[in-house]
Design a protein around this ligand. Structure first.
Ligand SMILES: Nc1nc2c(c(=O)[nH]1)N[C@H]1C(S)=C(S)[C@@H](COP(=O)(O)O)O[C@H]1N2
Ligand SMILES: [Mo]
Length: 344
């Protein structure tokens, strides 16, 4: 989901300026290899760490700790209203094929570069148009509201999808605790800004040209919808950093980029807040970003998706994409009378 403007000044079309659905696996990997060589980005991969243009591209450098991030088991109930008969995406795929540009733009970069990410202490603030601003410390994330497990489909705008058992709590429950004022019409979210820990925030090549901190937003009715979820875990354990530890949003009827990771701020506001991918490429990524097989991305079709299962991305089965990612019963009423082509 790279924006076009970002590649300005680079002669070739970068491999990342292309959805995985546009091209064959072979051409992706060949082009990616070439562009990585051309840019000297080889320095970013451990296997090519000798004889490189250090300084310019030695950007991951110290960010690769030897020790894996430790996750812990969580206590929760299974919410029977949000289960599925679909095959779950295996855990090893969920935690190794990620988009988290703060740690690099390749799917394996977040797992490779985020293992040393510090999540404790953490503070999540709920503020803005609320009568009772809240600050949640690390422990509160797991204690303030009873945890439940919900299995949701996650549909990335790049036309791949997963089925993931999340652990967390409803966003509405948290917002209610803060007592929104009558002026609150939208909810704005913000990811941690910490360039020392996040190589993508230090270097725009690593970070894909996104301006940081990553920000996202929902209308208040969307945020209060029963499906909107704050996840603190997956597969029964605390989140690994590559999936947005310690707390991230999950809005399953919208493209994955709305599901902002590693959140430090939730702000109730009067006006529609700016959102990162819309800032970067407004003609490609809208505020609503509802999954919609009838409205294509300007550069690829959204009619179908690769469902990631036990095999690799390119052996994944292509299945039709469902309106609102199959959650129309819960959310279609939010968009009555809205032109979904204009409000994409
Ligand atoms: N802060 C932040 N949040 C983010 C992203 C990101 O780059 N930075 N990527 C988004 C995109 S494009 C997707 S598809 C999902 C991926 O979530 P996952 O890696 O847990 O599957 O996270 C979203 N949240
Ligand atoms: Mo995505």
């Amino acid at each position: 989901m790279k924006a076009k403007g970002f590649t300005k000044g680079i002669a070739q079309k970068a491999a990342w300026d292309m959805s995985e659905s546009e091209v064959t696996p072979e051409s992706v990997f060949k082009q990616r290899r070439n562009i990585i060589k051309a840019l000297g980005l080889g320095a970013a991969s451990a296997s090519l760490s000798t004889n490189v243009q250090a300084g310019l591209f030695d950007v991951f450098g110290n960010d690769k700790p030897k020790k894996a991030f430790e996750v812990s088991p969580l206590t929760f109930t299974k919410n029977q209203s949000y289960q599925t008969s679909e095959i779950l995406t295996p855990e090893n795929k969920v935690i190794s094929h990620n988009n988290f540009y703060e740690f690099g733009t390749r799917k394996t970069d977040p797992q490779d570069n985020a293992q040393g990410f510090k999540v404790n202490p953490w503070q999540l603030k709920i503020e803005g148009e609320v009568e009772k601003p809240l600050t949640l410390d690390y422990e509160d994330l797991y204690k303030l509201i009873a945890l439940e497990e919900r299995t949701y489909r996650l549909r990335c705008v790049e036309a791949w999808s997963m089925v993931i058992p999340w652990v967390g709590f409803s966003l509405a429950e948290l917002i209610k605790k803060a007592n929104p004022t009558s002026k609150a019409k939208y909810v704005a979210f913000e990811t941690l800004y910490d360039p020392e820990q996040m190589p993508g925030q230090r270097n725009r090549y690593v970070g894909g040209g996104v301006s940081y901190p990553y920000v996202e937003g929902l209308t208040l009715p969307e945020a209060m919808n029963e499906l909107s979820f704050l996840a603190v875990g997956l597969y029964g354990k605390t989140l690994p950093p590559q999936n947005g530890a310690p707390i991230r949003l999950v809005v399953p009827w919208k493209y994955g980029f709305k599901s902002i990771k590693s959140i430090v701020k939730i702000r109730l506001v009067e006006k529609m807040p700016p959102t990162s991918w819309n800032i970067l490429a407004p003609h490609e990524y809208g505020f609503y970003a509802n999954v919609n097989p009838q409205v294509d991305h300007p550069r690829w079709s959204q009619a179908s998706e690769r469902r990631i299962g036990a095999g690799g991305l390119f052996s994944a089965k292509r299945i039709p994409t469902q309106m609102y990612n199959g959650y129309g019963d819960q959310v279609a009423s939010l968009y009555k009378g809205l032109d979904l082509r204009k409000n994409f």
